[in-house]
Design a protein around this ligand. Structure first.
Ligand code: 3HC
Ligand code: NAI
Length: 706
């Protein structure tokens, strides 16, 4: 972490006969090497000093301890190791009490479990979320937790990664005492004094007895094994967690710790750990755009949405969910009623599923106002336009917004492809115009591209990030270009997929290869879900400006010409008999593909799943490099976040740019050059990729965080 860290990351203070040990390692008291050393020294001192009767461990600031220091993973480990620190605490001959407030996560909870008694403040959040980082608890957590609360509860905690509140931790037996809000130090002192008064013994979790019912615990482990095979296929660490808990049941504690360490190191070495920790860091780095550092956001208390179609209604739901009032503008009363009905349908669905009360729905709907007059937007602090994807229509809407909105209102467009600089230039206040590119369904999808036109003010961009925070979205800063970050790159690798179909792969084979890679769906399934008509309209719009020398595969057009737009029409690339949600391969589509190959004079060849992946991902990575080089994305990690949150890229691979680093950039470049022999116009290596390979560098070197 920071270079100028104070030496005293673990401070000691003797109050009467109790040694207060405070971890003070901002921002979250992670267990870096200095903290580990400090804790061991404190326990050694407590054991050695006859004046000390008990130890109280606390965290300074907002948290107890958030876990191991994630930034140390992947680097050579430094002693003392965390398991040894925990063992040293547990072995202390005087009672050790952990006073927990805020986060006690991962290694932080393991420290608390190694203490002999635990108390928790009302804001405590306890959990073992290592699995989210491709890891497993590695400092005794897989051995102490089941001994304390049984295999079933321990496995549930570790596999779900969820955080428990103080109450639940108390009823489960993870903490011994709940204390009220307020002075944790005083509450801690009271509790330790109470323990000393009754001569409470040193009570070690390694000796706890929750695994004595062997049958029940064995059954819980078996059930978890089945569950992991079903739900976490392809992930490495969940299986290791189950394995470690099975060892806890069968082996003595010390042997369990030894095996836990081995399994932990396997997880640590796995590319999934590298991918998931990259994703964790990238989630936080995307928030740090130049404008969010430079400017304060404007206040947002009231949001306007223009257009109540698929996106406008979804955006309205997202804003209502965040607790803000929304005013929706539509062309006429009928369209407004449809927009309102759309929003109503989302909430009715939740009421029907028991996820929301009808009272809660009523109060949400009460915050939705609608009008066919733009004057209703006079009080809005931020307006998102989501009307038809047509420059003339957008400009007409922005002229109205320019007329009615108060000074300082943010005027945002949800356009997918149009030139936002041109929209901004059409109003009298271009500094207030921003792109807010939501993804469909807008109330569900986490990604929000914050598209930054040339003339926008920094505080307007910061307001976009602030809105994302309120809506619990993941914001990524993007520059203006055709398709911004995500759709621009998508257009390229979708073409690579279409080329492969014309060359001999079936769409079903491509989808299957991508699912095997970790995508929830392949590109042709996604096309059927989203509706083939959208891409068809875009292709027709761009037909006039397409390079006549570029390869153009017409298969999608042949399918759309038949009115086969995907799920909504009962067939697309797949057949959806009787409204089925999962499609089945369609021989007629295969016949169309055959005919198109003949028309294009192509003799089909077979492509392996591996070649499909190489081509698909090389196209994605190469365009990702172009997007970074042109400043459309700030860093490679911004591309990664876009693909993980907007396009289903498997998180454990860390996004396409991180994945490229895992493959090795020379390999990616060699692939592109090999493919270029067949189609040099399509496969042009990105200058950034070439440069990085020449310098022996990787995309990670361009991410400030790494
Ligand atoms: N190590 C190093 N840095 C950490 C960290 C950790 N464990 N946890 C958080 N940070 C850093 C973040 O990167 C961020 O840095 P930045 O300011 O430079 O961007 C800063 O701390 C603040 O983090 P958040 O923005 O996430 O702050 P919040 O207040 O929103 O959340 C939190 C705090 C709930 C603690 C959240 O950060 C979190 O969930 N952290 C990860 C917890 C975790 O996964 N622990 C397990 C680690 S693995 C382990 O312990 C292995 C062991 O079993 C051997
Ligand atoms: P849609 O066709 O479902 O909805 C558009 C709505 O705008 C219609 O209800 C229409 O009545 C209304 N409208 C048209 N002109 C208007 C005007 N002058 N004043 C008020 N309302 C008007 O379209 P959709 O899919 O919601 O797309 C809207 C915008 O969002 C487009 O720019 C699109 O490119 C973009 N977008 C679409 C995504 C998608 O997956 N559908 C994803 C991300 C962005």
């Amino acid at each position: 972490m920071s270079q100028d860290k104070p030496i005293d990351v673990v401070s000691r203070e003797l109050r009467g006969d109790i040694l207060f040990v405070t971890v003070n390692n901002p921002p979250v008291n992670a267990l870096g090497v200095e903290v580990r050393r400090g804790l061991v020294a404190a326990i050694d001192a407590a054991d050695a000093d006859p004046a000390v009767q008990a130890v109280l461990i606390l965290g300074a600031g907002r948290n107890f301890i958030a876990g191991a220091d994630i930034r140390e993973f992947g680097k050579p480990p430094l002693a003392p190791y965390l398991p040894d620190v925990c063992n040293r605490i547990e072995a202390c001959t005087k009672p050790v009490v952990a006073a927990i407030h805020g986060a006690a996560l991962g290694g932080g909870l393991e420290i608390a479990l190694a203490a002999h008694y635990r108390l928790a403040a009302p804001d405590a959040k306890l959990g073992l979320p290592e699995v989210l980082l491709g890891l497993m608890p590695g400092a005794g957590g897989t051995q102490r937790t089941p001994r304390l609360i049984g295999a079933k509860a321990a496995l549930e905690l570790m596999l779900s990664a969820r955080q428990m509140g103080a109450q639940e931790a108390h009823s489960l037996g993870v903490v011994d005492r709940l204390v009220p809000e307020g002075d944790l130090l005083a509450h801690g002192l009271d509790y330790v004094r109470e323990l000393l008064a009754v001569r409470a013994p040193v009570r070690r979790t390694r000796d706890a007895q929750a695994l004595t019912d062997r049958e029940a615990n064995r059954a819980a482990i078996e059930a978890a094994r089945v569950d992991v095979a079903r739900k976490s296929a392809g992930l490495f660490s969940p299986g290791k967690i189950v394995e470690a808990v099975a060892v806890a049941l069968e082996q003595p504690f010390d042997e369990g710790l030894r095996i836990e360490r081995q399994l932990f190191l396997q997880c640590l070495d796995s590319p999934q750990r590298a991918g998931l920790i990259h994703a964790f860091m990238a989630d936080r780095e995307v928030l740090k755009a130049p404008e969010t550092r430079a400017a304060k956001p404007r206040a947002i208390a009231h949001v306007g949405v223009v257009g109540g179609g698929t996106m406008g209604a979804g955006i309205a739901v997202a804003v209502l969910d965040a607790g803000l009032p929304v005013t929706m503008i539509e062309r006429d009363e009928a369209a407004l009623a449809r927009g309102r009905a759309y929003v109503d349908k989302v909430y009715s669905g939740m009421v029907a599923k028991g996820r929301m009360s009808s009272d809660a729905k009523d109060s949400l709907m009460a915050r939705l106002a609608g009008s066919t007059s733009y004057d209703a937007l006079a009080a809005a602090d931020l307006v998102v336009e989501a009307v038809f994807e047509d420059m003339a229509v957008k400009k007409a809407v922005f002229a109205e917004l320019d007329r009615v909105c108060k000074p300082g209102a943010v005027l945002a467009t949800n356009t997918s492809y149009l030139d936002i600089d041109e929209i901004a230039a059409s109003v009298s206040r271009p500094g207030d115009v921003l792109g807010l590119h939501f993804f469909s369904p807008a109330n569900i999808m986490k990604l929000l591209e914050i598209v930054v036109p040339a003339r926008v003010s920094a505080d307007v961009v910061a307001t976009g990030f602030e809105l994302a925070k309120k809506l619990k979205k993941v914001p990524v800063r993007a520059g203006v270009c055709d398709g911004f970050i995500g759709n621009r790159i998508l257009a390229v690798y979708r073409q690579a997929a279409d080329h492969m179909v014309e060359d001999g792969a079936s769409p079903y084979q491509i989808d299957s290869a991508l699912r095997a890679f970790g995508y929830p769906m392949g590109p042709f399934q996604v096309s059927d879900l989203a509706g083939g008509d959208i891409g068809w309209a875009t292709r027709k719009r761009k037909a006039a400006t397409r390079d006549p020398k570029a390869r153009y595969v017409q298969i999608a057009d042949r399918i759309c010409e038949r009115g086969w737009f995907g799920q909504k029409t009962g067939r697309g690339y797949y057949l959806y008999p009787q409204g089925a949600r999962t499609g089945v391969p369609d021989p007629e589509v295969e016949a169309i593909i055959d005919a198109e190959r003949v028309r294009a004079g192509i003799t089909p060849r077979s492509l392996s799943g591996e070649e499909i992946l190489r081509r698909y991902l090389a196209a994605m990575i190469n365009e990702g490099a172009n997007v970074v080089q042109q400043g459309i994305a700030l860093r490679p990690l911004d591309v990664d976040v876009v693909f993980m949150y907007g396009y289903g890229f498997p998180r454990h691979r860390g996004g396409p740019m991180k994945y490229a680093d895992t493959l090795g950039l020379p390999q990616v470049l060699a692939d592109i050059r090999e493919f270029a022999q067949q189609d040099p116009l399509f496969w042009q290596a990105s200058p950034l990729l070439v440069d990085l390979v020449e310098r022996g560098a990787d995309f990670g070197s361009l991410n400030q965080a790494e």
